[in-house]
Design a protein around this ligand. Structure first.
Ligand code: SF4
Ligand code: SF4
Length: 316
């Protein structure tokens, strides 16, 4: 069990990371004195798969779901965005909370399923795979910790249907961790890239229109079978969006490019390199000409360069 840092002493997160085999004492059931207390004051981040499940449950589009039921937040300064459940108007309670319990129980989000366990997904800078650990959240109001039922975190995850949820959110978590761990090496994402990330990850119905567009078809070479599979199923489309983002944001190619478009892009890139070199040569020639006109020689100006390690100038 390794210690983790807790930034605020009042944090309900127990400062210890544990593995799936760790035993916990917990049970939540109707009739418990704290029934619904956890849903009365929410701070619930959603995964893309949570959104796919909830929008289907509510019979709405992802665009409408995002507008009506969520608020965006920044996962890191000027970085990629996440999405949280929007509580009731002027309050903190979940809009899906009913006296009898959760109104979307079969499709409740990952965070609700995990509670009172917190998932800690990590990826070290020099490693290619992410690892999962857990921490316990112990809040005063939750009496579930006092019920005499013991089970491992792995068994609790099974009971809550979490293996499926975690598996289908893996690609998204990898993207988030990749962005966070690469940080300054790939620099801040442009506004356009951040908007693309948001649309592709969370708004599956808008992403579908994007994949169906002529511009997308020109750039990416998908077989008819693959297009039918991806466009015909929200979960397939969501997973395709993770591959798409890995490719356009991090250069991990897994979707074939249309040969003709790829060639045009490469030619454009080469033309631009030639232009850059030409502009630089012209600037240098202009500078040299100006200095000659003003009677300054290259040694005085520092434009001459030393060609050998002794420091003797190659031009001497
Ligand atoms: S989605 Fe359901 S379980 Fe989650 S906070 Fe809302 S009412 Fe509670
Ligand atoms: S036991 Fe905990 S999780 Fe269950 S209703 Fe009470 S506060 Fe919520």
């Amino acid at each position: 069990m390794s210690k983790i840092e807790v930034p605020f002493p009042q944090s309900p997160v127990v400062p210890a990371m544990v593995e799936g085999g760790h035993s916990i004492q917990f049970s939540c059931h109707k009739g418990i004195s704290c029934w619904n207390a956890c849903c009365a004051n929410i701070d619930i981040s959603l995964t893309p798969y949570d959104i796919v499940r909830l929008k289907k449950h509510l019979g709405t589009s992802s665009t409408e779901f995002l507008r009506e039921y969520t608020v965006p937040y920044e996962m890191e300064k000027d970085g990629i965005a996440g999405v949280k459940l929007r509580p009731v108007e002027n309050g903190t309670a979940c809009r899906f909370m009913k006296p009898e319990g959760c109104g979307v129980y079969e499709d409740r989000p990952t965070a609700c399923r995990y509670y009172p366990v917190a998932l800690l997904s990590m990826r070290k800078q020099d490693e290619f795979v992410d690892t999962q650990s857990y921490a316990m959240v112990k809040e005063e109001h939750c009496k579930g910790h006092e019920v005499a039922r013991t089970l491992t975190i792995d068994a609790y995850r099974e009971e809550q249907g979490l293996p499926e949820y975690d598996e289908l959110a893996r690609g998204w978590r990898q993207l988030v961790l990749k962005k966070k761990s690469t940080g300054p090496t790939i620099g801040a994402l442009s506004l356009k890239s951040r908007q693309l990330f948001f649309m592709a990850c969370y708004d599956v119905d808008t992403f579908r229109s994007f994949v169906e567009s002529e511009a997308f078809g020109k750039l990416f070479a998908m077989s008819d079978d693959e297009r039918t599979l991806v466009l015909g199923d929200d979960v397939e489309l969501m997973q395709f969006s993770f591959r798409f983002l890995k490719q356009v944001l991090f250069g991990e190619q897994s979707i074939a490019l249309n040969d003709e478009v790829a060639k045009v892009r490469l030619d454009k890139w080469r033309e631009r390199q030639i232009e850059i070199e030409k502009e630089a040569a012209e600037k240098r020639a202009k500078l040299e000409e100006d200095m000659l006109n003003e009677g300054i020689n290259e040694e005085d100006s520092g434009l001459a360069y030393c060609a050998d390690e002794s420091g003797n100038c190659g031009q001497g």
